[in-house]
Design a protein around this ligand. Structure first.
Ligand code: IVH
Length: 650
């Protein structure tokens, strides 16, 4: 989806249901039908959530996605009508149906997708693909079907042929879409009618063939074999005698949850095409086929707990943890509780017996409460990511900070970029990229691609390429101290990071350091070694993600052995001035140690001075004041000794 900056007016939370319906409809149309959205996805989500909380039954909520009446392509007249299927719900009706023809029965799962006809020409090329439409006239979806990966572009045929089947969205692909659709079928239907084939292809549609028309094949089994030989994925099938039909149906009831696509029944067909022809068809369905529908969409269960899931737009949604209940063949333990308003209005409490429903879609939800429970439910008072207080906004619970935790994330990202030197990402861009879901943590800088960035307003190809390059040039061989400071661990600023880098020399050793080890380092006592160790541990995920994204951190060189000859050492380029009386050694001895490590003894305070060491008996004299004004680091004697120890340590 194209991402845009914030466009909702400040008073949008005051809108009533009618205004919200108007806005949701408008933005849905701008995105899907007109391909020119003006608000970002998270904003759209918030509008939808808000409408859902005010009027959960609004018809607008069921009509999200492309307008089914808005034709994508030209009408396509089917060569042969695409009919529906007769339904049955029990074995007796099924046996009565099967008594009317000769030969075996073919059983296939009834895939819950969108019927599709694909015609190939005499030269084998895919000519036209169409929806079922009215059954007589469908709509042209050729461009989108051509981009379904398991639809062959060419067949090795010399006469025209038509393949019919179901376009469906695998459940695994549906699960990856944080979309606004209730179920995979609606998502597939929306994607098929997309005007932009690239958007359609991004959804992950698949095609399963269940019929070959016009090839002169004599049985259904031959058709499946032919479709497979041409490179199609035929719907799975079994050849049965009548006595095996009920058991076959039951095997699907049992296996339903293991399939990567939704099914809403089991289709039985006469295997012999001549028998199908003899039986003929009504205007609604062929007599040679029937769908045995699956049941069991709702069930009783007990609510045991409530968890809160957080959307990208920082809305907190309650999820019910329930006793396992079998719905449409799937064992369900988590159900959607919709929003906080519903928890309140239904007087929901832990221990309540309730009706859970799983209809069409994959997300089961709480429909009603049959017996109230005892323990009241409350919402969490602070956000686990940012620590901001949560608050009620009508029926929904949102993070209180104006920009929610996204604001906190922008701060983290900005700090990282500045610390490692990645240029070009101001807070406005960061906010936009956070809203778009492209940046969620520092590691994401290294995953940005020019094609992701180019979709934004005011982002040209040159800028997009430059930003990606800026990230890449600060990806490898980062100095350890820079990397540590970039993490934004409280208390671990530039100086402390440098101390850690010098002492431990590699990221692995820093990560393995105990608070006790940190305590021995200069300045760490005051800074609370414990806090830094805990802060670093809390960043484990961020660090791992950065390393996984290809970031490498340089290992600090071994400190040079004490070099009295004045060659390079760990203090090379550093100057020290001592004031007051040192307790543990003479000033001369201290100067000698500094020089032995490559440093210089200075004679006065200047901006160039690296450290002023104030002896334990030293008074806060003029040198100290000057040093402070010049921004020189001031060390106590103890800190100086710790620095010597750390630097000289093997
Ligand atoms: S056989 C007359 N086999 O179900 C059509 N149809 O409700 C004979 N469907 O529009 C089709 N899975 O798109 C057949 N394994 C399957 C199917 C299947 C899904 C769809 C088909 C048809 C609808 C009828």
């Amino acid at each position: 989806m194209t991402q845009l900056s914030m466009f909702l007016p400040a008073d949008w939370l005051d809108w009533d249901a009618a205004r919200l319906e108007f806005e949701v409809r408008k933005h849905n149309r701008l995105y899907w039908d007109e391909n020119r959205p003006v608000i970002s996805d998270p904003e759209f989500d918030r509008l939808v959530e808000r409408l859902r909380s005010i009027n959960p039954h609004s018809p607008v909520l069921d009509a999200l996605g492309p307008d089914p009446a808005a034709r994508v392509g030209e009408p396509v007249t089917h060569r042969q009508a695409m009919l529906s299927l007769e339904k049955c719900y029990d074995e007796k009706t099924l046996l009565d149906w099967a008594a009317k023809f000769e030969g075996d029965v073919v059983m296939t799962p009834k895939v819950d997708g969108c019927a599709c006809s694909i015609r190939y020409g005499a030269d084998g090329r895919l000519e036209v693909a169409a929806t079922r439409g009215s059954g007589t006239v469908g709509e042209d979806i050729t461009a989108n079907v051509k981009r379904i990966p398991n639809v062959p572009a060419r067949l090795p045929v010399t006469a025209p042929v038509e393949i019919r089947g179901e376009v469906y969205l695998p459940l695994s692909a549906f699960a990856k879409l944080a979309g606004e659709f209730a179920n995979p079928r609606n998502t597939a239907a929306g994607a098929l009618k997309q005007k932009d084939p690239a958007k359609s292809a991004a959804v992950g549609l698949r095609f399963m063939a269940y019929d070959v028309v016009g090839a002169g094949l004599e049985t259904e089994v031959e058709k499946f074999a032919q479709a497979a030989a041409w490179g199609f994925e035929p719907v799975e099938h079994a050849l049965l005698d009548r006595a095996g039909m009920q058991a076959g149906y039951e095997s699907y009831v049992a296996r339903r949850q293991q399939l990567d696509y939704e099914i809403d029944g089991v289709v039985f067909r006469a295997n012999r095409v001549d028998e199908q022809v003899r039986l003929g068809a009504t205007s609604h369905h062929p007599r040679g086929a029937i769908a045995y529908k699956l049941q069991g969409e709702s069930g009783l269960t007990i609510l045991r707990d409530v968890e809160w899931s957080v959307s990208r737009s920082r809305i907190f949604t309650p999820v019910g943890i329930v006793d396992p209940v079998s719905l449409s063949g799937a064992t369900v333990t988590r159900i959607s509780l919709h929003n906080w308003g519903m928890v309140r209005s239904k007087g929901l409490s832990i221990g309540a017996e309730c009706v859970a429903v799983r209809r069409g879609g994959v997300i089961p939800y709480l429909e009603s409460v049959s017996v109230p429970g005892e323990t009241p439910i409350d919402y969490p008072k602070t956000c686990p990511t940012g620590g901001f207080p949560l608050r009620e906004e009508g029926d929904i619970i949102v993070c209180s900070c104006a920009t929610g935790c996204a604001g906190a994330i922008v701060g983290v990202l900005s700090h990282y970029a500045n610390a490692v030197g990645i240029e070009g990402f101001g807070d406005i861009w960061l906010q936009t990229l956070v809203d778009a879901g492209l940046l969620t943590q520092p590691a994401d800088f290294y995953r940005l691609r020019p094609e992701d960035l180019i979709t934004f307003d005011r982002m040209g190809e040159t800028l997009a390429a430059k930003l990606v390059e800026n990230c890449a040039t600060h990806q490898t061989d980062l100095p350890l101290a820079v990397f540590l400071a970039a993490l934004g661990v409280p208390g671990l600023g530039r100086t402390a990071s440098q101390t850690l880098a010098r002492h431990f020399r590699s990221l692995e050793r820093v990560r393995a350091a105990t608070p006790a080890e940190l305590l021995g380092l200069p300045k760490f006592a005051e800074l609370s070694a414990e806090k830094i160790a805990a802060g670093l541990a809390a960043q484990a995920h961020t660090i791992d993600a950065l390393l996984a994204a290809g970031v490498t951190v340089a290992t600090e060189p071994e400190p040079a052995a004490t070099d009295a000859a004045g060659g390079p050492g760990p203090f090379t380029g550093k100057s020290f001035l001592f004031t007051g009386t040192l307790a543990a050694m003479t000033r001369e001895a201290a100067q000698a140690r500094v020089e032995a490590l490559g440093g210089k003894a200075a004679s006065g305070v200047s901006k160039a001075l690296s450290y002023l060491v104030v002896g334990s008996e030293g008074k806060a004299g003029s040198k100290l004041q000057k040093a402070q004004e010049a921004g020189v680091t001031v060390l106590t004697e103890a800190e100086f000794i710790a620095l010597l120890d750390a630097t000289a340590a093997p």
